[in-house]
Write a protein that binds this ligand. Sequence first.
Ligand code: FES
Length: 152
Amino acid sequence: MEITIQKIDEIIGRYEKSEESILAVLQDFQREFRYVPEEGMKRLAAILNVPESRIFAMGTFYKALSLEPRGKHTVKVCMGTACHLKGANQILEAIERGFNVKRNHTTKDRLFTIESVNCVGACAMAPVVVVDEDYHGHSRSSKVVDILKKDN
Ligand code: FES
């Protein structure tokens, strides 16, 4: 969704103009824009008449909120012990090379956000890569890169 001042104002306008609404507004930014844009936080601070630092602090505190643009797809490469032992790092490096992106960042075309995560609870299928909600077990670098290219 395109970020416009009208859309930002529409989201802010859904809630009472009170400090208690801050988290709800930030969550709506996250849902609609897939991240919390800086301009949204500034606008919210101005409208609620609270310091920007307060809003930014909340934006960074809650793990479910991302201050960086997110990709259309989230790719989680499990780096837990079982996956690590079975070559998860090579998979992550192959993705970084194949899509010119660093772990825990988003590709320039905003298609993929690549995350290295702790055990996703499927150790028997190690190494595991989770693309959005889909678990890919016994992954190999080449297979994962192919799957992502097909998701384009
Ligand atoms: S360590 Fe990767 S699923 Fe458990």
